[in-house]
Design a protein around this ligand. Structure first.
Ligand SMILES: Nc1ncnc2c1ncn2[C@@H]1O[C@H](COP(=O)(O)OP(=O)(O)O)[C@@H](O)[C@H]1O
Ligand SMILES: [Mg+2]
Length: 239
């Protein structure tokens, strides 16, 4: 991966994207015509109140869910044209996911949690162990390698989740309320780790309803009822 972010390289393009959820006789229109382009190395926050469509948008971006209408292009390729195998490969290799509730496997160790994506990638055991150890070090967890998630604090759990998200060296990190379950001081530490990832050239899409968290980003897209009502530039990304 290139160390120098280059925002002129398009990573993500959404074109009039919609997402409906059928609910019995009615339909919830979670996204109603979303369009934007995201360049490599950009740091985007998506803000909006509860129910505005933030998680739905992030799930579509991560190919965890498919749009109802409109187009979604990843590095110029329309995901609607991809087979299921191509989509799961795209998810594994291009995206790292971080969730509010950490989503770790409680029965296995820190190292093993970080190794999960490496296992699915067919990585050899020794290489996988080496890489997971290095990632744990990077997020400041060298002293907790053999612990299991229930033995860790919230901040430590989120660090494990970040290390796991980085395991396959994805270009894009998708984070849904990553500080939502943390106290404010621990939240700031987690945001500092994300800031570092952007400096190293990753692209981040961060969902939050907190202004102070969104202010880490270069750009904030404000969602109301599934529509972008403001696209705000906070600072130019590093060149
Ligand atoms: N799986 C689902 N089935 C039906 N409705 C859903 C589903 N997921 C989300 N919604 C609805 O879509 C809207 C947007 O939800 P969501 O994307 O979770 O918002 P946010 O993350 O901003 O709180 C809400 O009205 C929510 O109730
Ligand atoms: Mg949400």
């Amino acid at each position: 991966m290139s160390a120098a972010p280059d925002s002129s390289t398009e990573v993500i393009r959404l074109d009039e994207l919609t997402k409906d959820y059928p609910m019995g006789d009615s339909v919830v229109q979670a996204l109603r015509g979303i369009s934007f382009v995201l360049g490599r190395g950009e740091y985007l926050a998506i803000m909006g109140s509860s129910g505005s469509g933030k998680s739905t948008l992030l799930n579509v971006l991560g190919c965890l869910d498919s749009p109802t209408t409109g187009r979604y292009l990843v590095e110029g390729t329309d995901v609607a044209r991809m087979t299921d195998d191509q989509l799961s490969a795209l998810r594994r290799t291009r995206f790292g996911f971080i969730f509010q509730s950490f989503n770790l496997i409680p029965q296995i160790t820190v190292l093993e949690n970080i190794e999960v994506p490496l296992f699915y990638q067919g990585c050899h055991e020794r290489e996988s162990r080496r890489r997971a150890t290095e990632l744990a070090e990077r997020v400041g967890l060298s002293h907790r390698l053999r612990h299991r998630p229930p033995e860790l604090s919230g901040g430590q759990r989120q660090r494990v989740a970040i290390a796991r998200a980085l395991a396959n060296d994805p270009g894009v990190i998708l984070a849904d309320e990553p500080t939502g379950n943390l106290d404010s001081r621990t939240g700031i530490e987690i945001m500092q780790i994300l800031d570092e990832l952007v400096i190293q050239g990753r692209t981040i899409v961060l969902v939050t309803h907190e202004r102070s968290v969104a202010e880490h980003a270069h750009r904030v897209i404000h969602l109301t009822d599934g529509v972008i009502d403001r696209d705000e530039c906070l600072r130019q990304e590093r060149r």
